[in-house]
Write a protein that binds this ligand. Structure first.
Ligand SMILES: CC(C)(COP(=O)(O)OP(=O)(O)OC[C@H]1O[C@@H](n2cnc3c(N)ncnc32)[C@H](O)[C@@H]1OP(=O)(O)O)[C@@H](O)C(=O)NCCC(=O)NCCS
Length: 359
């Protein structure tokens, strides 16, 4: 019997493009000098080993990640003149949800007046925003939705032990959100790579508070509700993981380093970013750095960098997003930018409320 001709795959022309970005930074600043008064550390050690100079801390009774997420989403809706009822899906990436349940995405929707749509959280630690972006982009490319909000929000100060000098210097609080819409001109999320390896759990986790070890007087007394990290191990895996996904995504999209306009790495440690960029042959002028101002803001880190550098982004710019985090989880995305950032509407008197703009 003659072989049936194979059907050629249909090319999906519609891509999910990031059409706006907005962030929220709590006003309270925690500097390296402040930390040096709290634990046995110095500004020199923190700056040299991590690149961090200061970070933001969310203060205020009863405020959780949802507060910052809602502020970021409110700004995003205002900037894009989007009515809450036009949003069709909201995904929140967070590692520090307000509650075990309900999810933080539900709370954010309620706070900003988005009703009767699906909303859910994605938990993939520092790679959470990339994971959420990958999920959301599928709904747009499939034609299911035309307006999706993806927000990363983390109040890391809620799970940081401010007596542990090895971790308390690293993290900060923030949120940032992007709008995803269809783009028929070929700009948007071109490709994503997601990876995980649960055996990495032993190097980075929070021991108590989940179903395996519910909270008790003993877990509190033993300080088990904070981030536990073996920094040197995580460092090693982070460099390897970031290099792996960025090489893979570049190879399968026929990209060379000179074609990348901006690398947008998760901001965990300046030295990790520099090493990964060097391995790719990317000059540091084309790498976004915000770690000095905000520290590691976990799921907010990547969209916060996009917000910080928004004015510099032009239509057609090729961006390489990459993240690594607890789990372990890691991943990358190749994105072509869909709008001129300099022409984007500005809130708060033109500087978007940021602390000094891009580095
Ligand atoms: C945490 C990190 C900055 C530590 O830097 P490092 O160069 O690996 O340092 P080490 O952990 O090996 O510690 C070196 C020394 O500095 C000390 N040290 C740790 N934190 C310190 C601090 N804040 N101030 C001063 N000294 C400190 C250690 O106690 C150790 O001292 P010792 O040699 O006397 O034992 C680094 O490992 C890192 O960034 N890891 C990856 C973190 C990460 O990406 N996490 C999130 C994933 S999203």
């Amino acid at each position: 019997m003659a072989e049936r001709p194979r059907l050629r795959p249909v090319t999906i022309a519609t891509r999910a493009a990031i059409t706006a970005v907005h962030g929220f930074l709590p006003p309270d600043v925690l500097t390296n000098a402040d930390l040096a008064r709290m634990v046995d550390t110095t500004d020199a050690w923190i700056s040299e080993r991590t690149g961090i100079k200061e970070r933001r801390i969310l203060k205020g009774e009863g405020l959780g990640s949802s507060h910052m997420g809602a502020e970021a989403v409110r700004g995003l809706l205002a900037k894009t003149k989007t009515s809450p009822e036009d949003v069709e899906l909201l995904i929140c990436a967070t590692t520090t949800p307000d509650f075990v349940h309900p999810c933080t995405a539900n709370l954010i929707c309620d706070m900003v007046g988005i009703r009767n749509i699906g909303s859910f959280d994605v938990q993939a630690a520092c790679s959470g925003f990339l994971y959420a972006l990958a999920v959301a982009s599928q709904f747009i490319a499939a034609g299911t939705f035309k307006k999706i909000v993806v927000v990363g929000a983390d109040k890391m100060s809620a799970i940081v032990d401010y007596t542990d000098r090895a971790t308390c210097v690293l993290f900060g609080d923030a949120a940032a959100a992007v709008m995803l819409e269809p783009n028929a001109e070929g700009y948007g999320i071109m490709d994503t790579v997601l990876r995980s390896d649960g055996s990495g759990m032993k190097y980075l986790h929070q021991k108590a508070g989940g179903s395996r070890m519910p909270p008790s007087a003993e877990t509190v007394a033993k300080r088990l509700h904070y981030i536990y990290q073996e920094g040197a191990q995580v460092y090693k895996y982070a460099v390897a993981g970031l290099s792996e996904v960025t090489h893979e995504i570049m190879a399968r999209n026929n990209l060379t380093a000179d074609m990348i306009d901006w690398a947008v790495p998760h901001q965990a440690n300046r030295r990790i970013i520099e090493t990964a960029a060097e391995r790719l042959g990317l000059p540091l002028e084309r790498v976004m750095f915000t770690i000095h101002k905000y520290g590691n803001t976990t799921t907010a880190s990547i969209p916060l960098s996009l917000w910080d550098y928004e004015d510099k982004l032009k239509v057609g710019d090729r961006l390489l997003l990459a993240a690594f985090g607890g789990g372990f989880t890691w991943g990358g995305a190749y994105v072509t930018w869909a709008y001129d950032g300099a022409k984007a509407p500005k809130l708060n008197g033109g500087h978007n409320g940021k602390n000094g703009g891009a580095a």
